[in-house]
Design a protein around this ligand. Structure first.
Ligand SMILES: Nc1nc2c(c(=O)[nH]1)N[C@H]1C(S)=C(S)[C@@H](COP(=O)(O)OP(=O)(O)OC[C@H]3O[C@@H](n4cnc5c(=O)[nH]c(N)nc54)[C@H](O)[C@@H]3O)O[C@H]1N2
Ligand SMILES: Nc1nc2c(c(=O)[nH]1)N[C@H]1C(S)=C(S)[C@@H](COP(=O)(O)OP(=O)(O)OC[C@H]3O[C@@H](n4cnc5c(=O)[nH]c(N)nc54)[C@H](O)[C@@H]3O)O[C@H]1N2
Ligand SMILES: [Mo]
Length: 762
């Protein structure tokens, strides 16, 4: 096993573009690192293509007219990570106690390789030992059935296929709860709540074809070069047509600066780079509402002037009158906001916002692309709504080349919601499910992620079943969560690799290994396919062909069925075994529940480019209470939810270019020039001097929430970085110990991981 030490930090600015030779060099390392030979290349060639498998990394759409290689460096890492030749076997667990493994780093745990056997934790030895599947299901089922259904949580991450997700949600409801938190609760739930309220759909309105018709792209808080790199091709093509790209991000992210297409021989040979952003505004964390208010202020002023002078209007008054509600209040609030407040909050000069407003005013069709820099704030929902406000001013929703474009995270996170993974009753056709399966579905709202954390800490949650996650690492408040976890009666994790969550046991604890999406899933009727929905609402079939990591693995649908059969009474209307034998029958059931979206599901499964599920707002049909698109008058100019104070910083928790969420692929954040460590504390040089610190000094961070809880992270290396003053950067998940569980977006409960109040302790 190769272990990468993290005690040789090297920090120097990276000068290359996103993509380019750096990407090719990195790619060349990826397969050998996991000891993969030709089979690795064979799988990469099938990635994201019709009749291939859909990438297990991000949710960016898979085009019908695909590139010869329709994967990026990050996608290749994800594939290699799953296909690795390394194995974590029962012999490994015989040698290591969980107490010892808790001293290992996230990287070392997962890098050790794929889990091979179902495992049961033995508190007497403090070790996992192999068990038979049937025995595991029996004990899990028995233990869960002894509990009040309301105290049991069924978490899943958005990687889980539509088929497994549908079964999982149904199992929870038949068991008697809607405790179905998922990764969306930590991610784009602010989008689901904000867009639904504003335009009547919980998802973005654009598709890939809109990149061909847009005039300008406004980019907020999404790191495309690391987290959705295939979008760089679309952005590069936009730039070639002269499309303006205006970016708002506290950090200068390389993928938003310049790109060399590694698949273009001419670009590679000539080192030709495409500049991506035409304007780059390094605003302070949590100040997007203020920045957009500034832009709107110019637009509204110019429109007032045009009206007075009899010139052509700046705003689309016909659209506003015909399609929207709340404009007058909104405009009045914008007019009232003082420039001094906007400049102080954003750290940007008025002229910079004027330059952005000019581009917006000139463009005929504007897309607004955004990610976690928007959603993960106390005012995350308002931030999303502020983006919509901006778009509505010139009718930039529901026309070609325009619209909100949230970039979803996990490869099927949007799809999970489509098929019933949600704690909210109003998002599921409960009556339909009741008729289809002959049971009484719960109406009481279930627990989301934040509520689950609260429940684990206060003891009201007694059992946790996790499908494809590292919950204990991804959530806020990891210190108190780790302390509380052993009080659970039941902890069941369904996973491909060992992670830190698995090292915290409850009274009955199982670690169940499953097939990954790239692997062949053979069932009674033959090899199976699954499906996923991408960020633009297109549904794709996915077929795994690689040899499974171990003969003892079960598929996710088979594991869900195994548990369901033990915790539910027999019901002739649900044939769990039949579903597992032939997944096309699960799809028939999904089609019956959701006939409009999944019409001819099995027939259309492998449609190139996917099957678009439709989007009312993109046709300007607004399914809001007022039947109009709604402006929201912002309440607070800052999205952070706390006041600035002396010595208090806004901490941004970041992903590196060498990780997928809690999965750490290595210690090289190439684009940021950080190598060999994840313990950096990114800080403005002037702030370092003002705080009397020195580059390389080791400090601690403490959370600065006044709730009486002491939260601290030691061993952070002060690292000068191009980041706005008053803001700090540190990596997620290591920094999660600093986030109070109650520091979350108000309406959506997304942990506010992009502006955490902290202090530095030298
Ligand atoms: N390779 C790889 N791909 C991934 C993932 C991964 O971990 N690795 N994760 C997947 C998942 S689940 C998700 S949700 C997405 C996440 O992808 P992103 O949405 O890109 O999420 P982050 O990397 O957390 O941060 C986004 C950006 O927000 C900026 N930012 C921070 N605070 C603010 C702010 O207040 N305002 C603005 N305007 N910007 C801010 C940061 O500097 C950063 O560039 O990617 C998915 N794809
Ligand atoms: N501070 C801070 N916290 C954050 C964020 C942040 O930006 N900052 N981002 C949040 C976001 S956006 C998200 S989405 C969450 C993500 O958090 P999680 O939902 O926990 O997702 P992952 O970290 O991707 O889960 C990793 C584990 O999934 C398992 N796995 C991998 N492939 C499979 C598979 O095919 N099947 C199964 N069953 N298991 C598999 C592996 O064992 C691996 O250890 O974290 C959130 N937490
Ligand atoms: Mo996410």
């Amino acid at each position: 096993m190769t272990k990468q030490s993290s005690d040789d930090p090297q920090i120097e600015p990276f000068k290359g573009p996103a993509g380019g030779w750096g990407s090719v060099r990195s790619l060349a390392d990826i397969l050998p690192r996991e000891h993969l030979g030709p089979e690795g290349y064979r799988e990469l060639a099938r990635q994201n293509k019709p009749d291939g498998f859909m990438c297990v990394s991000c949710a960016w759409p898979k085009p019908a007219d695909h590139h010869p290689a329709e994967f990026c460096e990050e996608g290749a890492k994800a594939t290699a990570w799953e296909l690795t030749r390394y194995r974590t076997t029962p012999e490994f667990f015989a040698e290591h106690t969980l107490t010892e493994l808790r001293g290992w780093k996230d990287y070392d745990l997962e890098q050790h390789g794929r889990l091979t056997h179902p495992l049961r934790y033995d508190p007497d030895t403090d070790k996992y030992a192999a068990v038979e599947w049937e025995a595991a299901f029996d004990e899990i089922g028995g233990a869960l059935k002894r509990l009040d259904p309301k105290s049991v949580v069924f978490y899943s991450s958005g990687r889980t296929s539509l088929e497994a997700s549908y079964m999982y949600g149904l199992m929870a409801r038949m068991f008697g709860n809607q405790n179905l938190p998922d990764s969306s609760n930590m991610c784009h739930e602010s989008t689901s709540v904000g867009l639904k309220a504003a335009i009547g759909v919980p998802v973005g309105t654009t598709q890939l074809k809109d990149f061909k018709e847009t005039d300008a792209i406004f980019f907020f808080g999404q790191n495309v070069g690391s987290n959705a790199p295939r979008m760089l091709h679309d952005l590069r093509d936009c730039r070639k047509r002269g499309v303006e790209i205006v970016t708002f991000n506290p950090l200068k992210e390389r993928g938003l600066e310049r790109f060399t297409d590694p698949q273009n021989p001419v670009e590679m040979a000539t080192l030709k780079e495409t500049a991506i952003s035409t304007q780059y505004h390094q605003l302070r964390a949590g100040s997007d509402i203020a920045a957009i208010i500034g832009i709107c202020k110019f637009l509204i002023d110019w429109d007032d002037l045009a009206k007075a002078d009899g010139d052509l209007p700046i705003l689309d008054h016909d659209f506003i009158a015909q399609h929207t509600k709340g404009f007058e209040d909104f405009a009045a609030a914008i007019r009232r906001t003082e420039w001094a407040d906007i400049e102080r909050e954003t750290g940007l000069a008025r002229e910079e916002l004027e330059a952005s407003a000019r581009i917006y005013a000139k463009a005929k069709a504007v897309m607004a692309i955004y990610g976690m820099g928007i959603t993960q704030h106390v005012k995350g929902v308002e931030s999303v709504r502020m983006i919509v406000n901006l778009l509505l001013l010139r009718g930039n929703v529901g026309k070609p080349g325009a619209g909100p474009t949230p970039v979803r995270g996990h490869s099927n996170v949007q799809g999970q919601r489509t098929v019933g993974i949600t704690e909210k009753t109003e998002l599921v056709p409960v009556e339909k499910l009741e008729a289809q399966y002959g049971f009484k579905a719960p109406r009481e709202k279930g627990l989301d992620t934040v509520e689950t954390c609260r429940g684990v800490i206060d003891g009201s949650v007694k059992a946790f079943v996790g499908l494809g996650e590292n919950f204990l690492r991804a959530v806020p408040e990891t210190g108190r969560m780790e302390e509380a976890w052993p009080r659970l009666d039941v902890s069941v994790q369904i996973a491909t690799k060992l992670n830190r969550n698995h090292l915290f046991a409850g009274r009955v604890t199982y670690l169940l290994p499953c097939l990954g999406r790239i692997e062949q899933d053979a069932q009674a009727s033959g090899p199976q396919a699954v499906s996923t929905e991408d960020s633009t609402s297109c549904i794709h079939g996915s077929r795994g062909k690689a040899k499974p990591a171990s003969p003892y693995l079960l598929s996710e649908p088979a594991i869900v069925a195994g548990i369901a059969k033990r915790i539910l009474d027999d019901n002739p209307k649900v044939d769990w075994d039949g579903w597992v034998a032939d997944y096309s029958t699960i799809r028939d059931a999904i089609e019956e529940t959701y006939p409009a979206i999944f019409k001819d599901y099995n027939k259309r499964l492998f449609t190139p480019g996917g099957v678009w599920k439709g989007n009312k707002a993109s046709e300007r049909i607004w399914e809001t209470p007022s039947k109009r698109a709604e402006f929201l008058t912002p309440g607070d100019i800052s999205a952070t939810g706390f006041k600035d104070a002396d010595g208090r910083y806004r901490l941004i928790t970041l992903r590196s270019n060498d990780q997928f969420n809690t999965t750490i692929y290595g210690y090289h954040d190439r684009f940021r020039g950080i190598k060999g460590t994840r313990d950096v504390l990114l800080m403005h040089e002037a702030d370092i001097a003002a705080a009397d610190l020195a580059e390389g000094q080791i400090v601690a961070l403490e959370s600065d929430a006044d709730d009486g809880v002491h939260r601290r992270r030691n061993g952070m290396i002060v690292t000068p970085y191009d980041i706005p003053r008053g803001c700090l950067g540190a990596y997620y998940p290591e920094a999660n110990v600093l986030i109070p569980v109650e520091h979350h977006a108000e309406e959506s409960h997304v942990p506010a991981a992009k502006s955490v109040p902290v202090r530095i302790c030298p």
